[in-house]
Design a protein around this ligand. Sequence first.
Ligand code: SF4
Length: 92
Amino acid sequence: MSAATQHRPAVGGEEWWAYIACAGVPEHVFFPGPGRSARTAREICGRCPVRAQCLEEVLRLRPRTGIWAGLTQPQLQELYRRRDQRRTASRR
Ligand code: SF4
């Protein structure tokens, strides 16, 4: 199964999806497993024309595995945590 079918934000047919740079990339590149390099995935994301849209969707869906928008899971978890903190602070 290709990255085009597995590694994608669930956006329901929005136009930006047609421009993703990870289409056709083997799944293991974006799900490298413990101790494996994220470099290739990050390079692909680095040249993706819809990275901003991808990140927006990732922040909404919060996937807990894989590399998304050029960010590893530790980076994404930190981003989620900071956003949660800001939301909590803004409600006070
Ligand atoms: S930023 Fe990366 S994960 Fe997101 S659509 Fe582009 S290539 Fe795929």
